[in-house]
Design a protein around this ligand. Structure first.
Ligand code: HPA
Ligand code: ZN
Length: 318
């Protein structure tokens, strides 16, 4: 009896969503045309057909290509407004949104075009819909640590408008320990921190992430493989920002029924539900609640707890 209307009625936060990963196929094609960026896909149907991913690296290849169509301040503004309009209707009252600037910087987009476009939309959405949207700047772990440190310097003028620092991209072979200096420096500058860990790599990557002193763990699916780590994450109260539809789409788990989120929730872990990259994985945040409820038999009480966990795990002051 879990329907979308019930899920939408729950006040909730979204804490794991990549802004560039919210780009809808039709919008990406329009941006490509307007900005003179060539894509290997000529139509919405062709692009959607490419959203059939073998694994995380295969997805990232498509994501970076699609995200490369964003070039102008208006592109970033519109993207953020479209995302916030959608999740406002899903009952999201607070969103802490990742922006992976390095993809755009590579294409020659100035940092102020990215950040000022996004932040202007966050202000306008707050005024129009009362939604509280905040910016988390993410660095990509497939690059050298020095490039992540350079990003910290580049965003320094926006320090007061950036709520935290995160890290995504290709996990396996790029363990958290590779970025020990980067996370220490982000924390020294006063930022909250989070890192993708235990999505495409084993539980040992989550152990390393905890050693960085991060405030949240993104995904953390592999925590479920290690009973001692389940206890440790539960005792520490470090929230996991889990993304069930993403995990099925990227073959992290075979089915939603096999997703460990319920087992972790039952063990006392602060589990939250999120969308990651909604049009790529078949659903926005409320869809993740509904699909998880169907796959795992979650009750209304459990869905309510997941929504409460998300609000309790926000970094921005309420
Ligand atoms: N994992 C790692 N990096 C990402 C993801 C993800 O699921 N989505 C966008 N960047
Ligand atoms: Zn992610």
């Amino acid at each position: 009896d879990i329907d979308l209307a019930f899920v939408r009625s729950l006040p909730k936060a979204e804490l794991h969503v990549h802004l560039e990963g919210t780009l809808e196929p039709a919008t990406a094609l329009a941006c490509a045309r307007r900005n003179g960026v060539s894509l290997p896909w000529g139509s919405e149907e062709e692009l959607r057909a490419a959203y059939d991913f073998a694994d995380l690296p295969a997805f990232l290849e498509v994501l970076f290509r699609v995200a490369g169509t964003l070039r102008q301040r208006q592109d970033f503004f519109d993207l953020a407004m479209d995302y916030l309009r959608h999740v406002h209707a899903d009952g999201v009252t607070r969103a802490e949104v990742f922006v992976g600037s390095q993809t755009f910087l590579d294409a020659g987009v100035p940092i102020e075009v990215i950040l000022d476009g996004v932040l202007a939309a966050f202000r306008e959405a707050g005024e129009e819909w009362g939604i509280d949207a905040r910016l988390i700047c993410t660095a990509q772990r497939h690059r050298e640590e020095s490039t992540a440190l350079e990003l910290l310097d580049l965003i320094e003028p926006w320090r007061e408008q950036v709520i935290g620092i995160g890290m995504g991209s290709a996990e396996r072979g790029n363990p958290p320990s590779k970025f020990a200096r980067f996370f220490a420096e982000a924390q020294r500058r006063g930022y909250r921190t989070t890192i993708h860990a235990g999505e495409d790599a084993p539980a040992s990557y989550v152990v390393e992430a905890l050693e960085l002193g991060v405030d949240r763990i993104d995904h953390g699916v592999a925590v479920a493989d290690d009973p001692a780590l389940i206890r440790r994450v539960a005792d520490l109260g470090v929230p996991l920002t889990m993304c069930p539809l993403s995990n099925v789409a990227l073959k992290v788990v075979p089915t939603l029924a096999a997703h460990p989120l319920k087992r972790l929730l039952d063990a006392g872990v602060v589990v939250t539900l999120n969308s990651d990259d909604p049009p790529f994985f078949g659903g926005y945040v409320a869809d993740n609640y509904v699909a998880s409820a169907a796959g795992l038999g979650l009750t209304r009480a459990e869905l309510t707890r997941l929504a409460e966990n998300s609000l309790a795990s926000c970094w921005a002051p309420s």
